[in-house]
Design a binder for this molecule. Structure first.
Ligand SMILES: [Zn+2]
Length: 393
């Protein structure tokens, strides 16, 4: 598309300063000769977006959102650059510059058009992927890429037959689907909200014995269910506010020699008495955007002298995003149930304001897991589980 054929304005969810987002029209800035302009059809709302809106993180971007596929509309003419018509996945994390984070410090994908400078494209923040995936499912590609990275690191440490996932949000549940598909025999979900666990049990996604309340001595439950041995691995997929408590339980519930992956965020300078001398921030920084490969693992000893392997990571590599898209394309039915709401931008703004005010985990009568904003929809559009409710992972 020529620049003079671009719209003058496009739809966006904007939160001026630190206010809550409203749907509005923003000017579509003409891309410079080296910029890539990407059209976003559908974007996923992430737990971190909700944390920002609730004031639990103070990321400055006026336009949030980092989960989407897009179509290249105009591209700079450098060699190996993307071409108009290409399908691309946004990779929110800049591998060399933690200050450039899509939808956190840079304007995000809660808008119809995103302009990406050549330097960010070359750093890997736009990844060409297979075309043809339903863009609403495509909103799962970014969180799925983090889960694939996690699985890769876990399997370096141990080939698990039992895994405890702490946190039954989108990331935890994507992990559940992947571990089941990989043939892992027992996958436990540890979560603080009974309603979420009951919803998963009622949909046949998890057996009652594997739905574990985070509020009711989860480590004891996991030890009981594994004959006192403990699980082979645990993944911390909780929001930052719950990650230390979850890690404390995981340390008690993982068998000697087992592995814990720190997938979720941790508070700055966080440490744990049960893991003396262990620098959690260092472990999370050690693997970033797929580098190094193979990833770094950290053998540690607990305060009770039990050996464990810790690992952690930030972002994901282009290979994880490509693999995520191809997995979503080849097995859409395994993942479709995770998309609980597809909404127009105005309805998304209403949902986000509601969540910021009340912390609601349901929206319009349905458990709120992954909400996808469809920018092609007219005002007032809401579909619950439009891709299928799923009947077992
Ligand atoms: Zn996310």
């Amino acid at each position: 598309m020529r620049n003079d054929m671009l719209p003058s304005h496009h739809r966006a969810l904007v939160r001026d300063g630190h206010r809550l987002p409203v749907e509005t029209l923003v000017p579509t800035l003409a891309p410079g000769p080296e910029d890539v302009l990407v059209r976003v059809r559908a974007a996923g709302v992430c737990g971190t977006d909700l944390q920002i809106l609730r004031g639990l993180r103070n990321d400055p971007a006026d336009i949030l959102g980092h989960e989407a596929l897009g179509e290249v509309i105009t591209a700079g003419a450098w060699e190996d650059g993307p071409r108009p018509g290409d399908t691309v996945a946004f990779n929110p994390t800049h591998p060399g510059d933690p200050g450039r984070l899509l939808g956190h410090t840079l304007p995000g994908v809660f808008q119809q058009y995103v302009r990406v400078p050549r330097a960010d494209v070359e750093a890997g923040m736009l990844v060409p992927v297979e075309a043809g995936l339903d863009p609403r499912l495509g909103a799962l590609a970014e969180p799925l890429s983090a889960v694939l990275y996690s699985g890769e690191l876990l399997r370096q440490a141990v080939l698990p037959e039992s895994v405890a996932l702490f946190g039954a949000g989108t990331v935890g549940l994507l992990h559940l689907v992947c571990l089941r598909r990989a043939g892992v025999r027992r996958v436990f979900l540890v979560h603080p909200r009974e309603e979420r666990l009951a919803w998963l049990v009622s949909r046949g996604q998890v057996a009652p014995a594997e739905a574990v309340s985070a509020l009711d001595a989860p480590a004891e439950h996991l030890l009981r269910e594994t004959g006192g041995v403990g699980v082979d691995a645990a993944v911390i997929c909780t929001p930052r506010t719950g990650s230390l408590a979850a890690l404390g339980e995981a340390v008690r519930a993982v068998r000697p020699g087992g592995c814990i992956d720190l997938l979720g965020g941790f508070p700055a300078d966080a440490g744990l008495e049960a893991l003396p001398g262990v620098d959690l921030a260092e472990i999370r920084r050690a693997n970033e955007c797929g580098q190094p490969s193979p990833g770094r693992l950290f053998p540690v000893r607990t305060a009770k002298e039990r050996p464990l392997v810790l690992t952690g990571h930030r972002g994901a590599a282009a290979r994880h995003l490509r693999e995520a898209v191809s997995l979503l394309r080849s097995a859409p039915g395994a993942f479709a149930w995770l998309v609980t709401h597809v909404v127009s931008p105005d309805v998304a703004a209403r949902a986000l304001r509601l969540h910021a005010g009340t912390g609601a985990h349901r929206f319009e009568g349905e458990e709120w897991l992954k909400m996808v904003i469809d920018f092609e929809r007219g005002a007032g559009f809401l579909a619950r589980s439009p891709l299928g409710a799923g009947g077992g992972a």
